[in-house]
Design a protein around this ligand. Structure first.
Ligand SMILES: C[S@@+](CC[C@H](N)C(=O)[O-])C[C@H]1O[C@@H](n2cnc3c(N)ncnc32)[C@H](O)[C@@H]1O
Length: 251
């Protein structure tokens, strides 16, 4: 390759960075196939997110990789989905704020918050300051397995559910459902099987996180278990679909 590789691209290939280190765990794939347990945990002695917690440089490289992979998609998500119906977004597991920054830069009436684990929330905060968005954007350090802040009219889950098995995915959706107002909205954006996600990604998610890629129907069924009803699903970025859910009244 001529010239220096972009920083995010290097994070994919360098075995000392989060992406390359995760790919290396494929050598333990037999463990996943025979026991169902993530190969990553078997190889490194702790789960992927705990491993990032233990190694701040790994977390920085993961955040950089996430930012790099969305260099084209974040503006697409900002422009192709109708965010103008909303006034405040909570980007749940919103990473270093790449997606929220693109949305707020495109829609000057919107406000938003990112909720993510502490070091990544700090990176999001720095990104908002650098983008001149301090008056409309902030970051909260926390876990999406704990109660989420109320007050947003849309709860966004971008590339979150496919990191988790069905039980954990339901717990995250249920947290959004409980935090949202009765007329609130939950938006799931991720690659879905048949529209952007295939066997290679599916296997990676299983090997790394016990996660999985799902069809629109599978995500809709998980959401229905949490009293969320699909309003519509539409392509929103290259290889990614947005599924918009409303709240089902409790019976
Ligand atoms: C695949 S990244 C997606 C980031 C961002 N939503 C995007 O689309 O670029 C998954 C995110 O989930 C966050 N995460 C993992 N476990 C979490 C937890 N228990 N609570 C909150 N965030 C968590 C990670 O720190 C990471 O930023």
């Amino acid at each position: 390759m001529a010239g220096a590789a972009p920083e995010g691209y290097k994070t994919l290939l360098d075995i000392n960075c989060a992406g390359g280190r995760a790919d290396l765990a494929f050598v333990e794939l037999l463990e996943t196939i025979t026991t169902g347990a993530p190969a990553y945990q078997h190889r490194y002695g702790r789960g992927f997110w705990a491993d990032l917690d233990a190694h701040p440089e790994l977390r920085r490289s993961f955040d950089a990789q996430m930012n790099w992979r969305f260099r084209a998609q974040a503006p697409q998500i900002a422009g192709r989905f109708d965010w103008t119906r909303f006034s405040e977004i909570l980007d749940v597991g919103g990473g270093d704020g790449t997606v929220l920054t693109a949305i707020l830069a495109t829609h000057s009436d919107l406000r938003g918050r990112v909720l993510d684990l502490a070091p990544t929330a700090a990176a999001a905060s720095a990104r908002f300051t650098a983008a001149g968005l301090d008056d409309r954007a902030s970051a909260i350090s926390g876990s999406f397995f704990d109660p989420l802040p109320g007050g947003a009219d849309v709860y966004l889950l971008s590339d979150i559910l496919h990191d988790w098995d069905d039980e954990h995915a339901r717990r995250i959706l249920a947290r959004c459902r409980r935090a949202a107002a009765p007329d609130g909205t939950v938006v799931v954006i991720e690659p879905v099987l048949g529209r952007g996600a295939g066997t290679a990604f599916d296997l990676f998610m299983l090997m790394c996180f016990s996660g999985r890629e799902r069809t629109v129907d599978e995500i809709t069924r998980l959401a229905a278990d949490c009293d969320l009803v699909l309003r519509h699903a539409e392509p929103v970025a290259d290889g990614r679909t947005a599924l918009e859910f409303g709240i089902t009244p409790a019976v």
